[in-house]
Each structure stands twice: as structure tokens, then as C-alpha cells.
Design a protein around this ligand. Structure first.
Ligand code: CS2
Length: 484
């Protein structure tokens, strides 16, 4: 079967060879390729060729190696319950692998044509403290980048190095556009980058604070890791061999704070002046439900989110969490309808074409819990409202990070704090009270207020005790019997 390439692909809406490099994107993984690159591809197809994307991988060469032989083209597969459709995305111009040549990436980010540097480097990619949003100055990558500012490793390190270069050359800065699920993501990235720039050179920090825009975004599209069977399905449907297609849902949403001093593509996104209500709705409903399902579902032996939704008690718990515990904490975003958002979410989670593994979502929980569950818990506690389902989600994370599943098998826990989590779990054994209080004392996750709250710690400890003694399945079934 022929490989996807510029010579074999179906007719494109524009000539990729004619694209300028307007955007550099750090973290060119499946999510970016199925979300922002899709929006950008459509904006380019409407006639504006200034916005080609130069991608960068901060770690591995895999995506570059897969896409280079196919002229950076790839297939996007979009599905809902009625079926699937396939398109080719053509807006990637190149992919640089940062560790191979960090200077080349800094030079690309300093090109005069580059107006935007966007990022999807996951929650942990910002080297911040998840509870406070401040730069973690002890983070090994930050320590490295401060010692080697011309050959950084971290995303903030590259942003600072390239901004420094632009300032030195008298070029205007690029706009920094984060597309990660951080709370107040624009402000968080602004804080981290400004602080790092100040540590490198105080005058650079002042210049960044004065001149660089960091618009906030809410990104909303489910994009599981691509599997071998996805590759086979795409090949069968298109007649072309694509080494790395992306597989997603038809649903796609992007809300962007409209602050782009150097201009931006005419993306078909929703542009607003205040992102906060959109962000809360999405992080607390979609991601909060995702994380809760991933820990409980994994422990109960459910491999995918669709399988979790096929378990009536677990699907019931997720609906309960959304309707009864999250919704009351949400301001209504202008023009949005929370009830229909929730109904759509419950449908999206059931999409059988998306093999979204609970294990994948369970990753990096220490970086995800604050914005997905803990903020909601704080609001509910302040209102004197029950938090039973939310506390069960947190307890399920605690049970998961012990690293041993219900059958006694090892769990491959991926988390930047996994070693510390495991050590605490080993020291506490199966004593729910000990384990809960040891994990709750991790201030970078829970802050100081939550561990000191007796309602919260009692609810988490009780749920964790049940997970140890009864297992996940019986725990959420009992929950649904007692919470109607
Ligand atoms: C998921 C997200 O992996 C995860 O943690 O919850 O990637 C989720 O699919 C996206 O945020 C949806 O926009």
C-alpha cells in the first residue's frame, strides 16, 4: 500500500509548500495535531498562508520520524455514534526534535515570521507547583536550564531563550499560547515564564512582563493515543499507509482569550475576553469525570472510558458527580448551556470508536487533581455542601498510586511524583487512615487548607477504606445504592 505523501494524497485545499512559518508549536503530539492544527488547517484553507506550523518535540523523535517520510501530512479520523470520517491535515511544515539541536529550535522561534508560539506539553511540562501555580525553581529541568540557558530542556526554558534572542535582535515577541488543561492557563504560564526570565536576567523578566501576551484558552476535544488497530482502519479506509494518524471525535471546541498583539489566524474558535467560566465548566465536568472514571475504572478492571460507561453503576456515579456535586460550583459561561454540555459529555464518553484507556488518563494525577477535583471540593466545602462523589474520586487516585491493583498485580503508575507517592504508600500499607493523611500532607498537591479540613479528610479516608476492603466495583455500586 502506498505511503501517504504529497504525491499520493487526495487533492489538498492549499499548497503546503507555499506556507510561511507563522506558528511554532512545542509538543506536537496527538492532541495538538487533532485540535489546534485542525483549526489552523481550516484557517489556512480559507486563504491565509501565513500560518504554517513548525512543530517541535521536546523529548522523543518518534513523531518526526513517523511524519517526515510522508511530507508532514497525516490523517485525522473523526467519529461520533453515527460513524467516522477521514481528512488529511497539511499545515505542519517540519518537526524539530529539541534535544538533537536546541539552538535550531531557539532560532526557529526567533524567526521574524513567527507570531505565535503555542504549547501542548501536558500539565507537568510547565515545571510549576500545581497547588500554587508558581515556578518550581528546584525542578531538575529548571535547574538545568538556568545553568544552560542556550541549551534548555523545558518548555519555559525554550520560551525564555527565544524571547531573549528576539529582544536582543529588536524583534517583537511572539504571543505565548498554551493549550494545556491548567487552571487559568494563560496566567499560570505567564507567571512561570516571567519568573524564569527574571532569574536569567532581571531586565528580560521586566521586558517579558511588559510586552509578551499570554492568552488563556479552553481546549475541548477527546484524543486518545493512536493504536495499531486505528492505523489499520485508516489504511483500509483511505488506501494509504499513514504511520501516525490521529483519532478523535467529531466534537471540537476551543475558547480563546483574544489577545494577540502580533495577529493570529482566523480560527473558527470562540473568542472571549474572560475564559474563566468556560475553563471551569470543562475542567471540572469533563476532566473531573475523566479522572474519577479512570482511577475507579482501572481498579475495577475497565480498560477504556467507553467500558466504564458500559458499567451502569460507574456511569451513574459519573452523572451523579456532574449533576449533584460539580454543577452548583459553576458560573454559567455566556452563550453556553451547562445542561446540554453535560448531556453531550455523557454521550461523548460512550463513543465506541475511541479506545481511550483509563490508564492513559490516570497518568500524572498529582498534576491534574487540583484543577479537576480539588477546586470543586474547596467550593463545595465553603458552601457546606456534600462532597461524597468528589472524595471518592480523590480516594480512588490514592488507591491507584499504591501501585498494586486489586489482584495484587503491579500498576505502571506514571507521575512526576511517583517515587514519593509509592514510598508513602509502602510506609502506610493498607491502613486507609495512614495512607490518606500521608498523601494529604503533600502540600504541592493539596495545599495547606484541605488536609486541615476534617470533613474532607474524613470523607476521603472512609472512601479509601472501602476501596481497600470492598474493591472499587462494590464501592461505587454501594455508593449508587446510598446516593439517589
Ligand atoms: C484527559 C484529557 O488524558 C486526560 O487526562 O482527561 O486529555 C481530555 O481527553 C481532554 O482534556 C479533552 O479535551
Amino acid at each position: 500500500m502506498p505511503r501517504l505523501s504529497r504525491t499520493t494524497c487526495p487533492p489538498l485545499a492549499y499548497d503546503p509548500a507555499a506556507l510561511e512559518t507563522g506558528i511554532v508549536h512545542l509538543g506536537v503530539g496527538a492532541f495538538h495535531r487533532a485540535h489546534m492544527a485542525d483549526y489552523t488547517d481550516q484557517a489556512i484553507a480559507a486563504g491565509d498562508l501565513r500560518w504554517g506550523i513548525l512543530g517541535a518535540s521536546l523529548r522523543s523523535p518518534e513523531t518526526r520520524n513517523a511524519l517526515k517520510p510522508q511530507d508532514w501530512l497525516y490523517t485525522i479520523t473523526e467519529s461520533d455514534e453515527t460513524g467516522e470520517r477521514f481528512r488529511v491535515i497539511a499545515c505542519l511544515k517540519d518537526i524539530l526534535v529539541a534535544p538533537e539541536n536546541p539552538q535550531a529550535l531557539i532560532a526557529a522561534m526567533a524567526l521574524p515570521s513567527v507570531k505565535i508560539v503555542s504549547l501542548t506539553v501536558t500539565e507537568k511540562g510547565y515545571a510549576h507547583d500545581p497547588a500554587t501555580g508558581e515556578l518550581n525553581e528546584q525542578h531538575p529541568d529548571i535547574v538545568h536550564d538556568l545553568a544552560n540557558p542556550q541549551a534548555p530542556r523545558s518548555a519555559p526554558g525554550f520560551l525564555v531563550a527565544a524571547l531573549r534572542e528576539r529582544r536582543a535582535r529588536g524583534l517583537p515577541p511572539f504571543t505565548v499560547l498554551t493549550c494545556d488543561n491548567l487552571p487559568a492557563n494563560g496566567r499560570t504560564v505567564a507567571k512561570v515564564v516571567t519568573r524564569l526570565a527574571t532569574l536569567v536576567e532581571p531586565a528580560l523578566g521586566a521586558w517579558v512582563a511588559e510586552h509578551v501576551a499570554f492568552p488563556a484558552t479552553m481546549v475541548d476535544r477527546i484524543v486518545p493515543a493512536t493504536t495499531e488497530s486505528d492505523r489499520a482502519r485508516v489504511a483500509a479506509a483511505t488506501g494509504l499507509d499513514d504511520a501516525w494518524p490521529v483519532v478523535t471525535e467529531i466534537y471540537n471546541n476551543w475558547v480563546v482569550e483574544d489577545v494577540f498583539p502580533q495577529g493570529r489566524p482566523a480560527w473558527g474558535a470562540t473568542f472571549v475576553s474572560d475564559i474563566a467560566p468556560f475553563e471551569l465548566m470543562k475542567l471540572r465536568l469533563l476532566n473531573g469525570a475523566h479522572s474519577t472514571m479512570s482511577y475507579l475504572g482501572y481498579l475495577a478492571g475497565r480498560e477504556t472510558i467507553a467500558a466504564c460507561m458500559g458499567d451502569d453503576a460507574l456511569a451513574g456515579l459519573v452523572a451523579y458527580l456532574m449533576h449533584r456535586e460539580v454543577t452548583s460550583t459553576l458560573p454559567v459561561p455566556p452563550g453556553a448551556d451547562i445542561e446540554s454540555y453535560k448531556a453531550a459529555l455523557l454521550r461523548r464518553f460512550r463513543n465506541p470508536a475511541l479506545k481511550h484507556r483509563t490508564w492513559q488518563i490516570a497518568m500524572d494525577g498529582s498534576q491534574k487533581l487540583p484543577q479537576r477535583l480539588l477546586g470543586t471540593i474547596r467550593d463545595r466545602l465553603r458552601a457546606g455542601a456534600p462532597i461524597d462523589a468528589l472524595a471518592l474520586g480523590v480516594a480512588a487516585w490514592m488507591r491507584y498510586v499504591t501501585g498494586i491493583d486489586e489482584k495484587g498485580n503491579a500498576i505502571d503508575v506514571r507521575d512526576p511524583l511517583s517515587a514519593g507517592l509509592r514510598a508513602r504508600a509502602d510506609a502506610a500499607g493498607r491502613d486507609a487512615g495512614k495512607l490518606a493523611s500521608s498523601l494529604l500532607s503533600m502540600e504541592q498537591i493539596f495545599g495547606r487548607d484541605l488536609p486541615a479540613n476534617p470533613v474532607f479528610s474524613a470523607a476521603v479516608t472512609a472512601a479509601l477504606a472501602s476501596l481497600f476492603h470492598n474493591g472499587a466495583q462494590k464501592t461505587y455500586e454501594d455508593f449508587m445504592r446510598t446516593h439517589q
